[in-house]
Design a binder for this molecule. Structure first.
Ligand code: GLN
Length: 184
Protein backbone atom coordinates (compact mmCIF):
# COMPACT_ATOMS: atom_id res chain seq x y z
CA UNK A 1 0.00 0.00 0.00
CA UNK A 2 1.45 3.29 -1.10
CA UNK A 3 0.46 6.00 1.38
CA UNK A 4 1.35 9.65 0.80
CA UNK A 5 2.26 11.84 3.74
CA UNK A 6 1.91 15.55 3.06
CA UNK A 7 5.41 16.82 3.75
CA UNK A 8 5.23 20.59 3.28
CA UNK A 9 5.50 21.20 7.04
CA UNK A 10 4.84 19.58 10.41
CA UNK A 11 5.48 16.12 11.80
CA UNK A 12 5.24 13.98 8.68
CA UNK A 13 8.27 11.84 9.60
CA UNK A 14 6.52 10.27 12.60
CA UNK A 15 3.54 9.34 10.43
CA UNK A 16 5.84 7.83 7.82
CA UNK A 17 7.61 5.79 10.52
CA UNK A 18 4.29 4.51 11.88
CA UNK A 19 3.04 3.56 8.40
CA UNK A 20 6.29 1.76 7.61
CA UNK A 21 6.02 -0.14 10.87
CA UNK A 22 2.56 -1.33 9.82
CA UNK A 23 3.87 -2.63 6.50
CA UNK A 24 2.73 0.25 4.26
CA UNK A 25 4.99 2.15 1.89
CA UNK A 26 5.02 5.86 2.87
CA UNK A 27 5.78 8.51 0.25
CA UNK A 28 6.54 12.15 1.11
CA UNK A 29 4.23 14.41 -0.90
CA UNK A 30 5.41 17.91 -1.88
CA UNK A 31 3.88 18.31 -5.33
CA UNK A 32 0.48 17.55 -6.89
CA UNK A 33 1.83 14.83 -9.23
CA UNK A 34 2.87 12.73 -6.26
CA UNK A 35 -0.81 12.13 -5.47
CA UNK A 36 -1.48 10.29 -8.73
CA UNK A 37 -0.78 6.70 -7.78
CA UNK A 38 -1.39 6.73 -4.02
CA UNK A 39 -3.73 4.36 -2.16
CA UNK A 40 -4.20 6.82 0.71
CA UNK A 41 -3.01 10.15 2.10
CA UNK A 42 -2.06 11.47 5.55
CA UNK A 43 -2.20 15.17 6.42
CA UNK A 44 -0.11 15.54 9.61
CA UNK A 45 -0.09 18.04 12.45
CA UNK A 46 1.80 21.29 12.23
CA UNK A 47 0.43 24.78 11.70
CA UNK A 48 -2.74 24.90 9.66
CA UNK A 49 -2.26 28.46 8.39
CA UNK A 50 1.19 27.54 7.09
CA UNK A 51 -0.21 24.34 5.61
CA UNK A 52 -2.92 26.17 3.71
CA UNK A 53 -0.47 28.79 2.44
CA UNK A 54 2.07 26.24 1.22
CA UNK A 55 -0.59 23.95 -0.22
CA UNK A 56 -2.02 26.83 -2.26
CA UNK A 57 1.46 27.82 -3.38
CA UNK A 58 2.22 24.32 -4.72
CA UNK A 59 -1.29 23.60 -6.05
CA UNK A 60 -1.69 20.89 -3.44
CA UNK A 61 -5.04 22.25 -2.20
CA UNK A 62 -6.67 21.45 -5.58
CA UNK A 63 -4.83 18.13 -5.81
CA UNK A 64 -6.03 17.05 -2.35
CA UNK A 65 -9.61 18.12 -3.24
CA UNK A 66 -9.42 15.91 -6.34
CA UNK A 67 -7.83 12.96 -4.54
CA UNK A 68 -10.36 10.11 -4.32
CA UNK A 69 -8.67 7.75 -1.83
CA UNK A 70 -8.88 7.58 1.96
CA UNK A 71 -7.40 10.49 3.92
CA UNK A 72 -6.22 10.66 7.54
CA UNK A 73 -5.90 14.17 8.99
CA UNK A 74 -4.39 14.74 12.43
CA UNK A 75 -4.49 17.98 14.41
CA UNK A 76 -3.65 20.74 11.89
CA UNK A 77 -4.52 18.09 9.26
CA UNK A 78 -8.01 17.94 10.75
CA UNK A 79 -8.35 21.73 10.48
CA UNK A 80 -7.23 21.65 6.84
CA UNK A 81 -10.06 19.19 6.03
CA UNK A 82 -12.87 20.98 7.93
CA UNK A 83 -15.80 23.05 6.60
CA UNK A 84 -13.89 26.31 6.61
CA UNK A 85 -10.86 25.01 4.70
CA UNK A 86 -10.95 22.19 2.12
CA UNK A 87 -14.55 21.32 3.08
CA UNK A 88 -13.94 17.57 3.01
CA UNK A 89 -15.31 16.78 6.47
CA UNK A 90 -18.54 18.31 7.77
CA UNK A 91 -17.21 19.60 11.11
CA UNK A 92 -16.84 23.04 12.65
CA UNK A 93 -13.47 23.34 14.39
CA UNK A 94 -11.98 25.92 16.76
CA UNK A 95 -8.22 26.24 16.55
CA UNK A 96 -6.15 26.28 19.75
CA UNK A 97 -9.37 26.15 21.74
CA UNK A 98 -8.09 24.31 24.79
CA UNK A 99 -7.04 27.03 27.25
CA UNK A 100 -3.46 28.15 27.51
CA UNK A 101 -2.55 26.12 30.58
CA UNK A 102 -3.82 22.88 29.12
CA UNK A 103 -2.79 23.72 25.60
CA UNK A 104 -0.88 20.45 25.53
CA UNK A 105 -1.94 17.38 27.50
CA UNK A 106 -2.40 13.62 27.36
CA UNK A 107 -5.60 11.73 28.08
CA UNK A 108 -7.08 8.25 27.84
CA UNK A 109 -9.80 8.20 25.21
CA UNK A 110 -12.76 5.88 24.94
CA UNK A 111 -12.50 4.27 21.53
CA UNK A 112 -15.69 3.01 19.85
CA UNK A 113 -15.80 -0.77 19.58
CA UNK A 114 -12.70 -1.31 21.75
CA UNK A 115 -12.44 -1.89 25.51
CA UNK A 116 -8.85 -0.68 25.66
CA UNK A 117 -8.60 3.14 26.02
CA UNK A 118 -6.53 5.01 23.48
CA UNK A 119 -3.79 7.37 24.70
CA UNK A 120 -4.25 10.75 23.09
CA UNK A 121 -1.46 13.35 22.87
CA UNK A 122 -2.98 16.79 22.37
CA UNK A 123 -0.69 19.63 21.28
CA UNK A 124 -2.40 23.01 20.93
CA UNK A 125 -5.23 20.93 19.64
CA UNK A 126 -8.30 22.02 17.73
CA UNK A 127 -11.68 21.49 19.39
CA UNK A 128 -14.62 20.14 17.42
CA UNK A 129 -17.65 22.41 17.99
CA UNK A 130 -20.16 21.00 15.55
CA UNK A 131 -20.54 17.69 13.77
CA UNK A 132 -22.63 17.11 10.62
CA UNK A 133 -25.11 14.23 10.38
CA UNK A 134 -22.85 12.15 8.10
CA UNK A 135 -20.00 12.20 10.59
CA UNK A 136 -19.39 9.27 12.92
CA UNK A 137 -17.65 9.85 16.28
CA UNK A 138 -15.00 7.18 16.96
CA UNK A 139 -13.52 8.57 20.19
CA UNK A 140 -14.33 11.26 22.72
CA UNK A 141 -12.52 13.22 25.40
CA UNK A 142 -14.71 14.73 28.16
CA UNK A 143 -17.77 14.14 26.03
CA UNK A 144 -16.35 15.95 23.01
CA UNK A 145 -15.45 14.22 19.76
CA UNK A 146 -11.69 13.87 19.10
CA UNK A 147 -11.61 11.09 16.50
CA UNK A 148 -14.17 11.13 13.70
CA UNK A 149 -14.94 9.48 10.42
CA UNK A 150 -16.91 10.64 7.43
CA UNK A 151 -16.81 8.14 4.56
CA UNK A 152 -13.20 7.82 3.42
CA UNK A 153 -11.97 10.54 5.80
CA UNK A 154 -10.68 9.97 9.34
CA UNK A 155 -9.70 13.00 11.43
CA UNK A 156 -8.15 13.24 14.90
CA UNK A 157 -7.58 16.34 17.01
CA UNK A 158 -4.67 14.55 18.72
CA UNK A 159 -1.41 12.95 17.55
CA UNK A 160 -1.70 9.15 17.10
CA UNK A 161 1.73 9.14 15.41
CA UNK A 162 3.43 10.17 18.68
CA UNK A 163 2.53 7.08 20.73
CA UNK A 164 3.25 3.37 20.29
CA UNK A 165 -0.45 2.69 19.91
CA UNK A 166 -1.05 1.86 16.26
CA UNK A 167 -4.84 1.57 16.32
CA UNK A 168 -5.72 4.82 14.54
CA UNK A 169 -3.32 4.05 11.70
CA UNK A 170 -4.56 0.44 11.71
CA UNK A 171 -8.12 1.66 11.15
CA UNK A 172 -6.97 4.01 8.45
CA UNK A 173 -5.09 1.24 6.62
CA UNK A 174 -8.16 -0.98 6.95
CA UNK A 175 -10.16 1.76 5.24
CA UNK A 176 -7.49 1.96 2.51
CA UNK A 177 -7.80 -1.81 1.97
CA UNK A 178 -11.61 -1.64 1.82
CA UNK A 179 -11.69 1.36 -0.53
CA UNK A 180 -9.03 -0.27 -2.71
CA UNK A 181 -11.36 -3.23 -3.26
CA UNK A 182 -14.28 -0.93 -4.00
CA UNK A 183 -12.28 1.12 -6.50
CA UNK A 184 -10.54 -1.85 -8.15
N1 GLN B 1 -2.39 24.78 16.68
C1 GLN B 1 -2.17 24.26 15.37
C2 GLN B 1 -3.07 24.92 14.34
O1 GLN B 1 -3.90 25.67 14.70
C3 GLN B 1 -2.37 22.76 15.35
C4 GLN B 1 -1.41 22.11 16.29
C5 GLN B 1 -0.93 20.78 15.82
O2 GLN B 1 -1.09 20.37 14.68
N2 GLN B 1 -0.24 20.13 16.72
O3 GLN B 1 -2.94 24.69 13.18
Amino acid sequence: MKIGVLAVQGNFREHAAMLRRLGADPVEVRKPESLDDLDGLVIPGGESTTFMRLMRLYGLDEAVREFTGPVLGTCAGMIVLDRRHLGAVDIEVDRNAYGRQVASFEADLALAGDDEPLRGVFIRAPRVREVGSEVEVLAEHDGEPVLLRQGRFIVASFHPELTDDTRVHDRFLELVREEGHVRA
